[in-house]
Design a protein around this ligand. Structure first.
Ligand code: SAJ
Length: 406
């Protein structure tokens, strides 16, 4: 039996995947309402294929509880927030989970940490907890870091098909954990040491952040002289060794907009390119605000309260709003314009900001200018929904007169 600790965006699909492939799983979370929802047979967030995976897991052997179980294998997938001032990882949830695990774990248990952590976190924040408890790593407890790699929006497919990294103190334990993940993972599973696994994960997300920053900087350069950035990228990408990503209103989510800061925080004098890329991506919501002002001026619009933001989530077809560019833009608008705008997102059913509509028609009736912040399928499949409106499209979906781009 494995005990998966933390049933959020990563822990839940991972627990379900193990269970649906015949591994006995107990899922543990400190949130009673969350555990109650799962026990009532409902999933807790929107994700393609998650409901089907849930049904397949429940048909096999999984249960959900707030208790930690005595067993030989733990998988910890709790959140790792970051401190916005110091830009350092906040490992307190991981530490709390490890303490709770150690309180019930038998001798020789394997503790796998899936949560993304900055390089060195396990040495700095986890090993001392073992020492405090009088336990010896490699004898009483085996530590492993197996960072997740799945992309929200395609998690179920990627859980099964992506390659994985297993970092372990003891290569034999690494192989044991590799065999466990191979129960569902069809990708290559590399076994390495813990520090390499920690660094690899952060390096992957930083690479993507830098690539997106390049596309975003090109968008700003092209705007200065009215060049079509999308056409330029499309043609440049015909070069066999060029693959420029897509400019957008900023980089959100709890991963790519966070992880590079770990390297900046730990290596401030070395991580220059990394820091600059972060700053470029973080500047995009303000760039969108400048574009809103341009488009309003060009169309003689003066009433900011009739500007509408389509999309609150950090990217398309998910319900996650963490570090969302729209929330950053709303913040900027509040500071610079002191005026509310209209907001709509088909995936966000709870009220999280002022003037949030839950009906698309009511939202459109309240706007003269619609700013497309997120390319949800609803709009990609039916761009005609915005016909007749003045549109500032930061996701390059809409066409026709009255449509402006980044
Ligand atoms: N974005 C752009 N332009 C692009 C691509 C993305 O503006 O060309 C924006 C998105 O709109 C979004 C942000 O970047 O705001 C990040 O989205 P994403 O789809 O690139 O990635 P995430 O954050 O959903 O997931 C990433 C993935 N990492 C990589 O692709 C290297 C995923 O594999 C990781 O598991 C995940 O981070 C994580 O948990 O670390």
């Amino acid at each position: 039996m494995i005990n998966v600790i933390g049933l959020g965006y990563i822990g839940l699909p991972t627990a379900l995947m193990f269970a649906s492939h015949g591994v006995e799983v107990v899922g543990t979370d400190i949130s009673e309402p969350l555990v109650a929802t799962l026990n009532a047979g409902k999933t807790t967030f929107e994700e393609k294929g998650l409901d089907e995976l849930f049904a397949a897991a429940v048909a096999k052997n999984i249960r959900f509880t707030t208790e930690y179980m005595p067993t030989d294998t733990y998988i910890i997938a709790v959140a790792t927030p970051y401190d916005t001032d110091s830009k350092r990882v906040d490992a307190s949830y991981v530490q709390a989970a490890v303490r709770n695990v150690l309180a019930v774990a038998p001798k020789g248990a394997v503790v796998v940490i899936e949560s993304t952590v900055s390089p060195g976190t396990i040495d700095r924040y986890v090993r001392p907890i073992l020492a405090e408890a009088g336990l010896t790593a490699g004898e009483d407890v085996h530590l492993v870091h197996a960072p997740e790699r799945i992309i929200p929006g395609n998690m179920v497919y990627e859980l099964e098909h992506n390659a994985r990294t297993i970092g372990a103190d003891d290569p034999q334990i690494g192989q044991r954990v590799r065999a466990l993940y191979a129960s569902f993972c069809l990708g290559d599973i590399e076994v390495t040491d813990i520090r390499t696994a920690e660094m690899t994960k952060v390096v992957e997300n930083t690479f993507r952040d830098i690539k997106i920053a390049y596309a975003n900087e090109l968008a700003k350069i092209c705007r200065r002289d009215n060049m079509d950035v999308y056409e330029i990228i499309r043609i440049a990408n015909k070069h066999p060794r060029v693959n420029i990503l897509t400019p957008g209103p900023g980089v959100g989510g709890h991963c790519i907009s966070v992880d590079p800061w770990f390297l900046v925080g730990d290596y401030p004098s070395l991580a220059n390119l990394i820091k600059q890329a972060r700053l470029v991506n973080d500047s995009m919501p303000d760039f969108v605000l400048e574009r809103v002002s341009d488009v309003m001026a060009e169309n003689g619009l003066t009433d900011v309260s009739r500007v509408g933001l389509y999309g609150l989530t950090y990217k398309e077809d998910v319900d996650d709003v963490r570090e969302s560019p729209t929330l950053q833009l709303l913040d900027s608008m509040r500071r610079h314009l002191a005026c509310g705008v209209q907001v709509y997102d088909p995936f966000v059913t709870r009220d999280i900001v002022a003037n949030q509509h839950h009906d698309l028609d009511a939202f459109l009736n309240a706007c003269d200018l619609v700013v497309v912040m997120v390319g949800h399928s609803q709009l990609r499949q039916h761009p005609e929904l915005l016909a007749g409106k003045i549109v500032l499209d930061t996701r390059n979906i809409c066409r026709g007169s009255g449509v402006y781009r980044l």
